[in-house]
Design a protein around this ligand. Structure first.
Ligand code: XMP
Ligand code: MG
Length: 181
């Protein structure tokens, strides 16, 4: 029933599988001897992080944070708020922040700065989707699944007003879905 709201699939289930295979290979090469701390940014990271972690044949630790920059709707307000902080110290750790999407770069940039300030040895970012045209802050994620144009997408963790996170692919909503309210 969710599919009827989707205008176009941008990243299919198969493409996601290939992306995860490629990223996990790169990450294992770079981190296999570093016992990294994977920090997932909730809630969007959940499907991506879950699939990615299962492909990583190495020792790692997992933690979560919930930060927000979008307050519902489809436009960024610019302020980044920590709604739930990490339960694991990052001091002396190699951190890999796991994101669903990087757009303006504000959210991820603020979190990277915070974790470095707290003493992380290194902080890199793995994101499924990158929207480089949306950048307001100069920020380049270390591992990028796929670059997409500046369109609002949902699925595979990404939401429109908390819905559609459970779609198994990334797609664009039909315009009438936004105008329903
Ligand atoms: P910034 O702009 O700080 O934003 O890089 C990153 C956060 O904004 C949300 N975001 C989106 N969410 N579809 C979504 O469902 C999108 O196309 C989109 N673009 C940005 C997302 O929560 C991300 O963590
Ligand atoms: Mg969101």
């Amino acid at each position: 029933m969710l599919e009827k709201d989707i205008e176009k699939v941008l990243v299919s289930e198969n493409e996601i599988k290939e992306i995860i295979h490629r990223l996990s290979t790169e990450i294992m090469q770079d981190y296999h001897d570093k016992f990294p701390l994977f920090v997932g940014l909730l809630k969007g990271c959940v499907p991506f992080m879950s699939d990615l972690l299962k492909e990583l044949d190495m020792h790692l630790e997992v933690a979560f944070m919930n930060v927000s920059s979008y307050h519902g709707g489809i436009e960024s307000t610019g302020d980044v708020k920590i709604d739930m902080d990490l339960g694991t110290p990052v001091k002396g750790r190699h951190v890999l922040l796991t994101e669903d999407i990087v757009d303006t770069g504000r959210t991820i940039n603020a979190v990277v700065d915070l974790l470095k300030y707290r003493g992380a040895l290194s902080v890199n970012v793995v994101t499924l989707v990158d929207k480089p045209e949306g950048r307001i802050i100069d920020f380049v994620p270390r591992y990028v699944g796929i670059e997409i144009p500046k369109v609002f997408v949902v699925g595979y963790g990404l939401d429109y007003e908390e819905r559609y996170r459970n779609l198994p692919y990334v797609g664009v909503l039909k315009p009438e879905v936004y105008s329903k309210e």
